[in-house]
Design a binder for this molecule. Structure first.
Ligand SMILES: O=C(O)[C@@H](CO)OP(=O)(O)O
Length: 261
């Protein structure tokens, strides 16, 4: 079983601030921490016992995972953190408000950047205040050697870029655990949840445009992953469409995302 969720509300996703976050490491709000606790209660209520958890390198995902797992008494499970589960890099939009960027680029282009698959935001200068190039978490010391992408040099990403950097990790680290029958929890970000749902549900570009992800609501997928020992590969042979563990909270959260622009 796979359970994926977006982190709880962050200080920049709350409507009063309404800034693009991307790779900027903004913390959870109190409401975000409550959402994380509720997510843990839902896991306990549905008797879902994660065997392993994956997070990004951003504290809103790490803290959400910790609170949720503490709540359902699974704080002790193995944890894997990777920049490949980070939010999409929002380029020069990072630290800017959504209304300001709407005024600057117009509704159509903003929608293409936020919810399309191949339109990148403008690149962020490597020496800009919200750049990550000198952040130690993206230094060579922590590189995973899965490919040649250097996270410290990423300056803007579209959704297709997210999949390009996530897919090697998905194949190497996540699918094998699912193939082994483990219950995998991934606590990540809106764009990454959208991309994983895109893959599991074979969504086309129109469908992915419409998909918004609420903060802090776990979504469960029953799937079958087959291991091919000869080829050393793992393949998803079937998956359901995914179910939010709290449909009402998911609907309210999706409305809150809609209301941001
Ligand atoms: O700020 C961001 O990084 C993302 C997710 O919070 O924003 P949006 O939902 O506008 O893509």
């Amino acid at each position: 079983m796979l359970v994926i969720m977006r982190h709880g509300q962050s200080t920049w996703t709350q409507s009063s601030v309404n800034k693009f976050a991307g790779w900027v490491d903004v913390p959870l709000t109190e409401q975000g921490r409550d959402q994380a606790r509720h997510a843990g209660e839902l896991l306990a209520q549905y008797h879902i016992k994660p065997d392993v958890v994956f997070t990004s390198l951003l504290s809103r995902s790490i803290t959400t995972a910790n609170i949720a797992l503490d709540t359902c008494d699974r704080l002790w499970i193995p944890v894997h953190r990777t920049w490949r589960l980070n939010e999409r890099h929002y380029g020069a939009f990072q630290g800017q408000t959504r209304p300001e960027m709407l005024a600057q680029v117009g509704a159509e282009r903003l929608q293409a950047i936020r919810r399309g698959t191949h339109t990148r935001p403008p690149e962020l200068a490597l020496d800009a205040p919200y750049a990550q190039c000198h952040d130690p978490r993206y230094s060579a010391q922590f590189a995973d050697q899965l490919d040649m992408i250097n996270p410290a040099l990423i300056r803007a990403e579209c959704l297709d870029d997210v999949w390009q950097r996530l897919q090697p990790y998905w194949n190497a680290e996540i699918l094998p655990k699912l193939a082994a029958g483990q219950t995998v929890l991934i606590v990540t970000h809106g764009s990454v949840v959208r991309q994983i749902v895109r893959v599991l549900n074979h969504l086309d570009d129109d469908a992915i445009q419409q998909l918004n992800v609420p903060t802090g609501v776990p979504m469960k997928f029953e799937l079958t992953v087959e291991h091919n020992a000869a080829a050393g590969t793992n393949t998803i042979v079937s998956s359901d469409e995914g179910t939010y563990l709290d449909e009402q909270a998911a609907r309210a959260g999706i409305e809150a995302v809609h209301a941001l622009v």
